[in-house]
Write a protein of this length. Structure first.
Lengths: 457, 568
């Protein structure tokens, strides 16, 4: 009998929904059906059974074609390449578990690598703002249970985080928000009429690139001063109306996305958004949250902060201590300056996301991809090492966009012989130690993730 | 692990009233033994002090707010991180060190056990991930309860039994050690931007007062017979004139009796009492009320306190007292992080510079030390810095120096820009007391171990106890005239043996030891109402599934579980 497994975590977006139900075949190997997942989440669960999925590492041959090799060969090649490199860059981790991030940190320390994650090209500017101004935030349950004024600034969850609005931010009926959407005022700040903007009570169609001006106008009005007749393409009346709603709110929530941190002003936009949040707290209660993209892209920021003190752009090449200086130690900048002599792309697709010039430089030297799937990066790699899919074939801790840790289950067995990220990186590390004739540094409590399987729970 | 003999040291063990006797300490595997064979490894401790491993009753070393501090303060790393020791992990940070540095630093000081002082239950997997990555030291974590919706509702209706069933469930689900209260009711009010500053302020919506929450959780704690008493961060922290609220809260323990099987005879641990011993009604006439608070603590035998001494450093404040951190950021205008946690708690983080040339900081410094010097019972008064709030834990040796040497205190006091104003507002200048090594051992080892219900394992050197033995470069018979030597000796142990492993040699890390996670499993009779409430709240109000909430065993791979059968 096929069996329904409930409260499964979804390895797609930063909403990290953990209420997915998955119908698993009799032999526990195939996913037949899912409930509750959005279209993209659903696709991820079904994709694991795809016959096209690579199950062996593939090495680029002199003739340009891939040839399947063994995992031992792939581990050996990676270990040797990392040891030989002066400044390897290990980048990615939007889509893997914290166990893998912890294991790769040991490899990076040994290799003297630069360790970076997708925030580098995503919410990196937000980190810069947080370094300067802090981060007054909350968990998503607070939004669900309390928020009566919700701002979406430069983000479009209806597309990017499909269930965000129904689970947390617009529709749900919470403890103090029993009327759900009826009780919430939605304010959307976006130059386009997105599907999120269509849901808003107030849509401020801001002139592109003028976010800072508008934030500034909000703060000015909130502090009781006058503003010009029009700011950032928005009429004064509309701004006054929005600020009045904010002041009257009992719990104001600001969600911001790439439209805020990757338009003109970048980190300064986020900085002033945080200042606005601080200001609102003098009138009522307010919180702010970055709409993190992937289900565990908050994870590397957490894991590497507790291990090295920095969330991203970690330069471990000094060997003695960690160093971070975005702009100097950030992936794209390193690549553009052609400083990287070995590139590892893990659990993401730098091939699709990096500027073409950066990729051209990276391609000059060994280029390795660790990812369950075929993607643009894997196809231009010298070596592609497939791993198990976290959240489907591999359990693990993930951090939701609000930094709440969620323990993701495994629902089916992975393909035979395919390791998890953690296992793979531990093997690479052990091989590096063998090659350098050094003792591996394990903490005594080391143990591979032995999370209960869904069946055991 | 095998046999070790630590020979001829000056042994200081308050649990057996041993004060500087020259004796040998034998270790067999992970325990102190009566004797060992001739093949034992011999450590010569002649002319040195031998104590049990240190026990820290209260430090913020693992979990979400600690990590927010690390994440948002790259400046805490710049030129402040030591170089990695060969064959060990990199170390980062000063006031909020990385997990690796946390483990190594505690070990270098000879500490064996550290209690993480506040675990938000929803984030407990995060806390355990960090504990997992903190080498050498044994750790536990105290989940916060005093603003939790379940607890507020049960206590409003005076349902101690239901409260106890819930607490027992949550301790097991989060692998927690005991009951922590932070700003009872005030943090729940903060979810609406409000606070509870006195014991009788009503919590919005829940219609209960901080006094009722404190009393209710004290009863819950003794109903369950947990190893530790309730551990409370009181209301109105850090405000001039708050000592009245402090005394009112302490008085709630009057008449309460400890009921447990762990030889704990106290019912309330009031933490970082320095922040709660303030007089005056503004920062202008701010003054010490250490004597008033400590006089009460001295006569009320069923409470323990820890000091929370200000160390005059640039540090990072962090607490589940959300409204306080908001107050602080408006005071110093530095960056502010906050996390409100659904149904459970909140937390805030703000950097802070305790500048010796600011009068208020000087007074705070003096208050912490006054409390440590006025204490009549060092077994109930523990040295802490509320790490990292009043200063980083690596400053414990400096506090020991100040407590042991009036000269050292006077030298620091004289270096203040406003030393005469600090002297006027405090009593420290007039205090001549100097603590001795025996009392320091009580305040850092035997005392906290007893308050945590771990006196059978930690804090002493009797045969059968855990083999946590530290050798300091101090001559009991010929103490250095330079107080700096005291600080230096306590900063870097000559030897530290943790559960039978030599983890520190000559001040350097020698092994990753054998760290464990301590948690309490209190078995209560099945309570259908509480089970139903839990299911309902997870269905309706939480955003995480009940099934995914309890911390996996794999996150605490070396657990030490204290099982309690609660009599029905």
């Amino acid at each position: 009998m096929p069996k329904w497994i409930t409260q499964v975590g979804c390895p797609y977006c930063g909403s990290s929904c953990d209420d997915i139900e998955v119908l698993v075949s009799d032999d526990g190997k195939k996913i037949l059906e899912t409930r509750n997942a959005c279209v993209i989440g659903n696709e991820i669960f079904h994709h694991v059974s795809s016959p096209d999925r690579p199950k062996k590492p593939r090495m680029r041959q002199p003739d340009g074609n891939f040839k399947e090799i063994t995992y031992d060969e792939a581990v050996d090649y990676t270990a040797k390449t990392l040891l030989k490199s002066k400044k390897p860059l290990i980048y990615g981790f939007g889509s893997t578990n914290c166990e893998g991030m912890s294991a790769v940190a040991r490899v990076a320390e040994k290799a003297g690598a630069v360790l970076d994650n997708c925030a580098s090209i995503c919410h990196g500017p937000s980190f810069l703002a947080i370094f300067d101004n802090g981060y007054p935030s909350c968990t998503l349950g607070e939004v669900k249970n309390r928020a009566d004024v919700v701002l979406f600034w430069g983000c479009n969850p209806m597309h990017a985080h499909p269930r965000h609005t129904s689970r947390y931010s617009i529709f749900p009926r919470g403890f103090f928000t029993t009327k759900g959407q009826m009780q919430r005022t939605i304010i959307c700040i976006d130059p386009r009429e997105t599907d999120t903007a269509k849901l808003a009570n107030i849509h401020l169609m801001i002139k592109q690139g003028h976010d800072y001006d508008l934030f500034d106008a909000f703060r000015t009005v909130l502090r009781g001063h006058d503003i010009p007749a029009e700011v950032a393409g928005i009429k004064k009346d509309q701004i006054l109306e929005a600020v009045e709603k904010i002041k009257k709110g009992r719990f104001v929530m600001i969600f911001f996305g790439m439209g805020c941190c990757h338009t003109d002003g970048r980190n300064h936009n986020v900085d002033i958004a945080i200042s606005l949040t601080r200001d609102i707290n003098s009138h009522t209660k307010a919180s702010i949250m970055a709409m993190r993209g992937h289900y565990n892209i908050a994870g590397p920021g957490q894991v590497w902060s507790w291990q090295f003190g920095f969330p991203y752009c970690l330069d471990l090449s000094k060997g003695t201590h960690a160093h971070m200086n975005p702009g100097e130690t950030s992936s794209v900048d390193l690549a553009m300056r052609d400083e990287v002599d070995c590139f590892m792309n893990v659990g993401t697709d730098a091939g699709a996301h990096f500027p073409i010039d950066a990729i051209k430089h990276l391609k000059k030297r060994p280029f390795i991809t660790v990812d369950p799937n075929i993607c643009m990066a894997s196809e231009i790699s010298d070596l592609h090492i497939p791993v198990r899919v976290v959240g489907v074939e591999e359990p693990g801790i993930v951090y939701r966009m609000d930094n709440v840790p969620i323990q993701f289950k495994k629902v089916v067995d992975g393909p035979e012989g395919v390791p998890s990220d953690e296992e793979l990186f531990d093997r690479i590390y052990e091989r590096m130690c063998e090659l350098t004739e050094t003792e591996p540094i394990w903490l005594p409590s080391r143990e591979h993730a032995k999370a209960p399987t869904a069946a055991e729970q | 692990m095998a046999e070790i003999l630590i020979k001829n040291g000056f042994v200081i063990d308050p649990t057996r009233n041993i004060d500087g006797d020259v004796a040998d300490i034998a270790i067999k595997d992970d325990r102190i033994a009566e004797q060992v064979g001739s093949g034992a490894k011999v450590i010569d401790a002649r002319g040195k002090v031998v104590m049990a491993g240190g026990v820290d009753v209260h430090a913020h070393v693992a979990g979400p707010k600690v990590n927010v501090g690390r994440l948002m303060r790259p400046e805490d790393k710049l030129f402040k991180s030591p170089y990695a020791q060969e064959s060990y992990r990199m170390e980062s940070g000063f006031s909020i060190p990385s997990t690796f540095k946390t483990g190594y630093d505690y070990a270098r000081m000879g500490y064996a056990f550290v209690m993480e002082a506040a675990m938000p239950p929803l984030h407990s997997p995060h806390v355990h991930e960090e504990i997992h990555d903190t080498p050498i030291i044994d750790q536990g974590a105290l989940p916060v309860f005093a603003n939790n919706w379940f607890v507020l509702e049960y206590l409003k209706n005076q349902e101690i039994e239901n409260s106890a069933s819930y607490v027992a469930w949550l301790l097991a689900a989060t692998k927690g050690y005991g009951i922590k209260l932070v700003n009872p009711g005030g943090t729940a009010a903060w979810a609406w931007g409000l606070n509870c500053l006195t014991l009788n302020d009503t919590v919005p919506f829940f219609d209960i007062t901080p006094a009722e929450i404190i009393t209710g959780l004290m009863k819950t704690n003794e109903y369950l017979g947990l190893p530790h008493s309730i551990h409370i961060h009181q209301n109105s922290l850090g405000t001039p004139g708050n000592y009245g609220v402090t005394l009112d809260s302490l008085r709630l323990a009057e008449g309460m009796k400890a009921k447990n099987k762990f030889s704990r005879d106290t019912v309330m641990h009031s933490t970082h009492i320095q922040f709660h011993s303030y007089g005056g009604d503004s920062w202008g006439n701010f003054e010490s009320k250490a004597r008033e608070v400590m006089d009460y603590v001295n006569q009320q035998k069923n409470i323990t306190v820890d000091l929370g001494c200000v160390t005059l450093d640039e540090t990072t404040t962090m607490t589940a007292d959300g409204p306080f951190e908001h107050h602080l950021t408006r005071l110093n205008h530095l960056k502010w992080a906050n996390t409100d946690v659904e149904l459970e708690t909140a937390a805030g983080v703000v950097p802070y510079v305790y500048d010796k040339d600011i009068k208020v900081c000087g007074i705070q410094w003096a208050i912490g030390l006054e409390l440590g010097l006025y204490a009549k019972d060092p077994m109930r008064t523990f040295i802490t810095t509320d790490h990292p709030n009043a200063g980083p834990f690596i400053r414990y040796p400096r506090i020991i120096k100040w407590l042991m040497s009036r000269d050292a205190r006077e030298e620091t006091l004289a270096s203040f820009k406003y030393s005469s104003k600090v002297i006027d507002a405090t009593n420290l200048h007039a205090i001549e007391t100097e603590r001795n090594l025996y009392e320091i051992a009580q305040m850092t080892r035997a005392g906290p171990a007893k308050a945590l219900g771990l006196s059978h394992m930690f804090g002493g050197l009797a045969p059968g106890m855990e083999a946590n033995v530290v050798v300091y470069d101090l001559n009991y018979k010929d103490m250095p005239s330079d107080p700096e030597m005291i600080e230096r000796a306590f900063s870097r142990a000559r030897w530290f043996i943790k559960s039978g492993d030599i983890v520190v040699k000559d001040g350097d890390i020698a092994s990753h030891g054998n760290k464990r996670t301590f948690w309490v499993n209190a078995k209560v009779k099945e309570n259908p109402q509480v089970i139903r409430d839990i299911h309902e709240k997870f269905l309706k109000d939480y955003t995480v599934g009940l099934n995914n909430y309890p911390v996996w065993d794999s996150l605490a791979p070396n657990p030490y579980v204290i099982n309690i059968d609660v009599e029905a």
